[in-house]
Design a protein around this ligand. Structure first.
Ligand code: ADP
Ligand code: ADP
Length: 223
């Protein structure tokens, strides 16, 4: 469970991107819905320990995330909004390098991890092709493979379906749905259907504040 308390972020130019966010996120799929500029990416980067908030606290299963960012990173899978994969390296080599960086052992174990992930995201047949030639959907599926390395217990995906065609979108969301109920998976998006279709719990963020929190069906019934 992720517990966020009084989280605020003011950028150097005075923009208050997060304004006292309180949020409890249980294990399973959680949708963070909000329009562009709501503060979603700021919140996701803050949870991922890529930037420090102006104030507030974040606990993940008892771990003080802001005090022990290294410990959080060891159990984090992150697919950023601007995940770009343009190198000339093959999908297999890139994923293998990322597994090395995540500290996955050598030889057999790493080979098994990388191969299983390539099969899982349906990129096995193109594993020897350069990422530079991948379509948007293939890139996002590669992105989820790299986020899954090492069986993280917290997974953050930021606007993952933007620009995907309906078939690729469904493929991608189905991969997320398979991750399992004992992992906290946060899906940040401005697309209502992404959340309504998949997430038992959700929150709406706008202007840096949480406006609503609950089950999608209850929230739709209320409005
Ligand atoms: P911080 O307070 O975290 O230092 P800054 O305001 O100094 O943030 O901006 C950090 C970087 O983000 C700068 O390179 C800046 O140009 C860029 N930036 C500024 N405004 C925006 C914006 N609205 N969206 C995205 N990036 C921005
Ligand atoms: P979202 O992901 O929901 O679109 P963001 O977290 O990217 O929202 O942005 C929230 C607000 O903070 C916006 O007003 C945006 O312009 C501003 N912002 C984002 N990054 C920066 C930055 N580095 N410097 C200054 N302002 C920023």
């Amino acid at each position: 469970m992720l517990t966020i308390t009084g989280l605020s972020h003011v950028y150097g130019n005075g923009t208050r991107a997060l304004d006292g966010v309180n949020l409890t996120i249980p294990a399973g799929m959680f949708g963070l819905l909000g329009p562009n500029g709501a503060g979603k990416s700021t919140l996701m980067r803050t949870i991922a320990t890529l930037q420090s908030p102006t104030s507030g606290s974040i606990l993940f299963d008892g771990l003080d995330v802001l005090k022990e960012p290294e410990a959080l990173r060891r159990t984090l899978g992150y697919l950023p909004q601007d995940f770009g994969v343009y190198p000339r390296g093959s999908a297999y080599d890139m994923l293998d390098h990322m597994a090395v960086l995540k500290g996955i052992g050598h030889g057999g174990e790493r080979k098994q991890t990388v191969e299983a992930l390539l099969h899982k995201v349906n990129l096995w047949d193109v594993r020897k092709k350069a990422l530079a030639g991948f379509s948007g959907g293939m890139r996002q599926r590669f992105g989820i493979a790299q986020a899954l390395i090492g069986n993280p217990r917290l997974i953050i995906v930021d606007e993952p379906t933007a620009g995907l065609d309906p078939e690729e979108r469904n493929r991608f969301l189905n991969l997320l749905a398979e991750i399992g109920d004992n992992v906290v998976v946060i899906l940040s998006t401005h697309i209502v259907e992404d959340v309504a279709d998949l997430c038992p719990r959700m929150a709406v963020l706008a202007g840096g504040r949480i406006l609503l929190e609950g089950a999608p069906l209850d929230l739709i019934a209320e409005t």
